[in-house]
Ligand binder design. Sequence first.
Ligand code: RP5
Length: 170
Amino acid sequence: MEASMKKVAILMGSDSDYPSVSGAVSQLKEFGIPYEARVISAHRTPYDAEAFAKNARENGFGVIIAAAGKAAHLAGVIASYTTLPVIGLPMKSSTLDGLDSLLSIVQMPSGVPVATVAIDGSRNAAILAAQILGVNDNEIGEKLVTFKAEMADEVRNKDRALQEKTVEKK
Ligand code: RP5
């Protein structure tokens, strides 16, 4: 690991989000990218959210993933206090299936962007975080090239298997 490798922050509004967010943790582990996971709520611990965001850069973070559900304001609030890129991860909620979370995260006012991934798209949040760090980090860049090549191989194997299963026997 490069000595100066930036960390990814994985924030979630509640520990009830963790089963979904854990996909981001696994993906970052696979890439060997350092991360810290925290429960910080825009509504229940707003001062902690402010302090985390204001100090994130000097604490060694390069990108912040913020997962929340329902009236999901965490990503937007974090983005308002930092110039680090913030990735919003909407949680599938029990009442509105995550559309509430998605719209709360994605509809940011001009000037304060949040890069929003799909509802429960935790792996993509981690991959996007890696791609952001990979702009300036060759070690991560190379891991991403390998990741894409392996993904393509998996699809080609599935293609071959499907063709074998469906080929017309004469
Ligand atoms: C949001 O409210 C959290 O991100 C979570 O998705 C949702 C419910 O939180 P709990 O009531 O389960 O703590 O702030």
